[in-house]
Ligand binder design. Sequence first.
Ligand code: BES
Ligand code: MN
Ligand code: ZN
Length: 514
Amino acid sequence: MAHAKNHQVELTPECSSPEAVRTGILVIGAFADGPLPSLSQKVDAATKGRLATVLKRGDLEEKPGSSILLHDLPGISAERVLVVSLGTPDTFGDRAFREAVSGAAKVLAKSTAKDAAVTLAEIEVPGRSYAWRLQEASRVLADAAYCFHAQRAKPAKAVRGVREITLLSSGRVSEEDNRAVHRGQAVAEGMALAKDLGNLPGNICNPSYLADTARALGKEFKFDVEVLEREDMRKLGMGAALSVGQGSAQPCKFIVMHYKHGGKAQPIVLIGKGVTFDTGGISLKPGANMDEMKFDMCGAASVLGAVKTAARLELPINLVAIIPAVENMPGSNATRPGDVVTSMSGQTIEILNTDAEGRLGLADALTYAERFDPACVIDIATLTGACVIALGNITSGLFANDEELAEQLLESGNDTGDRAWRLPMFDEYQDMLKSNFADMSNLGGRPAGAVTAACFLKRFADKYNWAHLDIAGTNAISGDAKGATGRPVPLLTEFLIARAENRARGTTTKVRAA
Ligand code: BES
Ligand code: MN
Ligand code: ZN
């Protein structure tokens, strides 16, 4: 929409010799201590050993992703050669690979060069295929080019950064290679949308803005989008979701997207928490860092991002995406602590703390999802501070009522480095949600806060396979680099891609090569 713009890099796989390629920056890898990878060896040979001599001086640090930039190397057509550290050979794996690519990507994003050629996907990673390396490298390179267009009086000057990146391969480029690069780029595109929505302030990105974004996606990719208004929600009995937004001047929106490319298959349903600003309501939050509660719609943003990626890739699946979009404000009409509301499921809830609002919107969305006879339902939510205490900013919390679904999501996280870790929902925890005045309270108390929140949701998700991702720690970074991360778009889209491939091949187990 108007404020959300980001520039893109074009990525193309190509088979040519690294020493001969005419480009602004040629990116090659080197271990701190070990033999040069094969394409780096070719470069060294063309320089008649000059590269190896320079590396022997020892300026390249061991940390994967650190780099040195060399200009005008003899025998090389590229203007510059960026040598990126791969760390040590014995510790080289997924993480060092991504860090190497990401270190290179950061240099490219700040360079005055217009184009680059990257050889890093040619480097073997234990247990990973060439397609995996290409897809991950492409996503990391495209994602690094993201830049939020902040609202400033003087717009930023023409920005630096490489716009065209060639991924060099030593063999002929196959269909599979092209697909891997396209996928990586499409995932980064979904992440960019998620980041833009997260980074926009609450006075712009309100429930109506999320609805407009969904409608715009539907128009661009030709799928149906419904937006239920307050009256529609009232008729459906969504008393829990409506109670969160009733203190705000911004009307609630219940957004439903229908992406249908999977024939008669049961749909995958994604539900994203869309609290466009969370003041806590009458149970007002403390003032410090409250601005970061503009990120409380990042579950919704990741759902919109995942839908965009799926649509860009024309994945052969049916996908329903649901976003209960509300603003949680105090006000004369706001919900009071102690109020009892009736959810769409008929279960009543005593609202003991108006700051435990995310679960209320999700509860009605989970009930609404029943009508789609889903293959599975996954909700994504910045749900609890307790999850941040448990897992920090590294790992999302995963809860599921189905083993296979949990496994698939954990694997999708592993494959993309956008990892989650499973936490329990033992029945014993349900006692913490007891209420004297309703079927349950919305508050479980301080111990196991992420778990009791999930146990609350579980009461509304008993009709289908369901998983819940608590992304309160992973959706955004605070401090100097404050901003949305685009997570868990990589995890979600990898899950969707895997499901699409299984469907196409008519198998039930995941087929993506390790
Ligand atoms: N949106 C917050 C959770 C959150 C906290 C997200 C920190 C990101 C960073 C959620 O609505 C909330 O306020 N949760 C409360 C629940 C409590 C009142 C049971 C919390 O975690 O403190
Ligand atoms: Mn809250
Ligand atoms: Zn919240």
